[in-house]
Design a protein. Structure first.
Length: 347
């Protein structure tokens, strides 16, 4: 190895640093051929003849096995190898190069010095350590990480590797996930489709009132959101606020307008924004419970702070010309989303 000769150069002159070389193998070819031994790799480059270039990892063979391997290659021949040293590992070949068209250019020399054995072993460990440092640094960058280290990166944004997914494809998805814009509607739609394969539409709930009467019961709980426009709701259960421009829609009906307002008592909380997650299905059971729960987790993790998701399924289009006063009890949708929607729970 190159590092072997470098390390030998650091030794005190009292040491005999000569390799005690011997002729290990002679190799020829039926055309032009050069060879190189470097860092336990033997490579052949040819021009003409009947064979082809090839490389050999010397750590995998003895000298005897190496001679057989070369002799079996088309166009190559091995007129000599040292029978007495044939059981030695082929890594004893000394780093050098040759051209068979030059004098002794077909000679591959090996070393028999015990000092070389010791120093070459140390050089191999040092080179492996250096290579591992480079590999370690690669694992610290997502794009070049591999295997379990790529899986480690994917665990941070909770992106599991897909079945049979390559490191490159997986790390590309991880980078996309880290850089992904999350809090706008289009970004949420794309995020859900990327991670679950389910296509949804996410719409902001419109904010304009239609002077509609309040219902006679306002059920303040997580499954019954109240939407108001105008001043904060300060009345009791029954009221007529047409002059104030207040609109209220009961849960279960996709609202055509209104600010979300939340609280067990009137004036509990200021305005909170809600948005609709619309599934293009008429029966939510077409999606598995695990998928629905995953979608809920994605939205809860990625939505803007202070916003509340409401989930709906579509059940067909209806006339949007609503003339009645109590939208609370109607199955109509007026406004930009001209269809009938039913509020659902993902749990």
């Amino acid at each position: 190895m190159k590092l072997t000769t470098k390390l030998l150069g650091y030794l005190n002159k009292v040491f005999n640093t000569k390799p005690d070389s011997f002729l290990a193998i002679r190799v020829t070819y039926d055309g032009q051929m050069t060879w190189t031994v470097a860092d336990r790799l033997l490579s052949f480059k040819i021009a003409g003849g009947t064979g082809s270039d090839f490389e050999v990892d010397l750590s995998q063979y003895t000298l005897f096995e190496l001679a057989d391997l070369m002799a079996a290659k088309t166009g190559y021949s091995v007129p000599y190898y040292d029978v007495d040293q044939g059981s030695l590992g082929a890594t004893v070949l000394i780093d050098s190069s040759g051209d068979i068209d030059t004098s002794n250019g077909d000679h591959l020399l090996g070393y028999s010095s015990l000092l070389w054995v010791l120093i070459d072993t140390a050089a191999k460990e040092l080179k492996d350590a250096k290579d591992q440092i480079i590999e370690m640094l690669k694992q610290m960058v997502i794009k070049t990480s591999e295997g379990e280290w790529a899986d480690e990166w994917g665990s941070y944004p909770r992106i599991p590797r897909l079945s049979a997914e390559t490191d490159l494809d997986y790390t590309t998805r991880i980078i996309v996930e880290f850089l992904r814009i999350r809090s706008n509607n289009l970004a949420l739609e794309q995020l859900i489709e990327d991670q679950t394969g389910v296509s949804v539409s996410i719409k902001d709930l419109p904010w304009k009132g239609n002077n509609i009467l309040l219902s006679n019961t306002l059920n303040h709980n997580l499954n019954s959101m109240v939407y108001v426009v105008g001043p904060k709701f300060t009345g009791g259960y029954v009221a007529l606020f047409t002059t104030l421009g207040i609109t209220v829609f009961k849960a279960g009906i996709f609202p055509t307008g209104g600010y979300p307002y939340w609280g067990l008592q009137a004036n509990d909380n200021p305005l909170v924004c809600a948005f609709a997650v619309i599934f293009n299905v008429t029966n939510l059971n077409t999606l598995s419970l695990a998928t629905r729960q995953t979608i809920a987790r994605i939205i809860d993790r990625s939505k803007q702070s202070g916003t509340i998701p409401l989930y709906f399924i579509s059940v067909g289009l209806l006339d949007t010309n609503v003339s009645g006063d109590l939208l609370n009890d109607q199955n109509h949708v007026a406004g930009p989303l001209a269809g009938q929607y039913i509020q659902v729970s993902l749990s």
